[in-house]
Design a protein around this ligand. Sequence first.
Ligand code: DGT
Ligand code: CA
Ligand code: CA
Ligand code: ZN
Length: 577
Amino acid sequence: MENSEIAAVFEELSNLLKILQEDPKWQFKAAAYDRARRAIESYPARLEDVARDPNRKLTDIPGIGADLAKKIEELVTTGRLEYHQQQLAKVPKSLLELLQLQTVGPQKVRLFHQQLAVKNVDELESAAKAGRLRGLPGMSAKSEENILKAIEVFRRAAGRFRLDVAYETAEELSEFLHECKHVERVTASGSLRRGRETVGDLDLLVTGTDQPAIADHFVRHSRIAQILAKGEDKVSIKLDNDMQVDVRLLESESYGAALQYFTGSKEHNVALRERAHKLGLKLSEYGLFKGEKSVAGRTEEDVYEKLGMPWIPPELRENLGEIEAAEKGRLPSLIELADIKGDLQMHTTASDGHTSAEEMAAAAKKLGYRYILITDHSKAVTVANGLDEKRAVENIRRIHAARDKVKGIEIWAGTEVDILGDGRLDYPDSLLKQFDIVLASVHSRMTQPGEEMTARLLKALANPYVRILGHPTGRQILRRDPFNFDVEAVFAAARKYGVILELNGNPERLDLCDRHVKLARDKGMKIVISTDAHAPEHLQLMRYGVITARRGWMEKKDVINTLPPKQLLESLRTLPR
Ligand code: DGT
Ligand code: CA
Ligand code: CA
Ligand code: ZN
């Protein structure tokens, strides 16, 4: 059992205690589960291994006492927790779905369930449409409207998974497939290979020597909930989290053609088939054919070459100009993860991060980075333990002191200063000028009308100390739509004032999205790709940011954190002001 699965059980338990409120000590217990969940999420070793190791104790982990240690042991040995099951049995299962709605927490779930007997999202929607939510404690007509919007987002999200979830699942299944000795190659194709922010189903391509044996092996995976189809060359299953996986068993001669076909997108394939047709060829998942004769199929490179163009990176295959660019020899040379030299948004225990600046620096150094920017929150973000002015000054000193302890990497003291509702910043200029680099972001009043939000962002961008606009659209993937604002106007202002747009690489955000990245590129603007890490392991999320930048056609030169430290600071200093 992975730490994330244990953390998920504790999170659900905390929510259940808060919804039920029947345990006399529910507040105390829920807080303990929340604390434990955070500790588990960022714990560097597998708890299952700790539990099984006679020389180590779970209670040595901060936030884990004797009672929680026992529960973790029960979880890793039996796969379930009796206490959790007991609490779960007390509410309709569909009730917990409400927690996936933006702005709905356990308190509201309790309210809707108790006052209106709401059991699921459909019933909540009916109640909201009938105007029955307004008038409940703390609920206005506006909050009712927000809930209807959240339900719309929830519905759109149904059946799709975040890129990181799909990526980790594909890795797990690929490892399992490789346990079968007949398997040679496993490749994820489809939207995952193209790096889309969400994935509908997984498309795995497998080559090997004994296809029926591979199929038999695959369907024995423990997470399979349902076998949808099992044939000679294809197995389709559903996993326990409802994700569908299509496994295609291929011959090596047509591997390249199949990879090309199943990578998609459909739109790219349709356009490519037309090109083939014009050349008197026929393209299919089995190969590129002239009459009956195969002219390419073993590799993707061959297929594209025979169609008169260089290989096109999967992230570009959306039929948005990539085929024309390839034909003209004008494909961008896309940025790669190895080009990244530092990370410019992360948090420490000073605000809502899990570790110190030293630990973040040490982890970044291991990744080969040359610099990091620590960006703890400012005071308005109370939920994230934002720093008031006095604590902010102390934090600058603490971060700079970390330089003596971790050598060989630049540790810069920054802030993620909150952009207040009217566009003013949460710190005065006299404090802002003390930071090495200032990042500014919106964290409140996110449902403002478009004109207000645009004016708010324009005002923040005009502040001479702001160098980076953090997660510019505020969206959360499958959870929250972007703020309503004039993107073109904000980009134009960022350009005028020399403010760099962030591509927040956290796979829950990916903000800017691929289309906005492309827009920035078309306007000749540079971006920074950051992870917004709250723990050392989050620094690894950079890869999702880089994939999204590639989907936006970005090259190394377009991304400022590919620069060495001195040039980076220099380039920020010489931006127009
Ligand atoms: P998803 O799963 O919704 O995130 O998106 P994809 O792109 O993975 O789509 P999926 O799983 O339906 O199909 C995988 C690939 O197979 C798709 O990207 C292109 C190819 N494909 C599927 N159906 C068609 C089709 O009708 N025509 C063509 N040309 N290609 C198709
Ligand atoms: Ca797919
Ligand atoms: Ca599929
Ligand atoms: Zn933020």
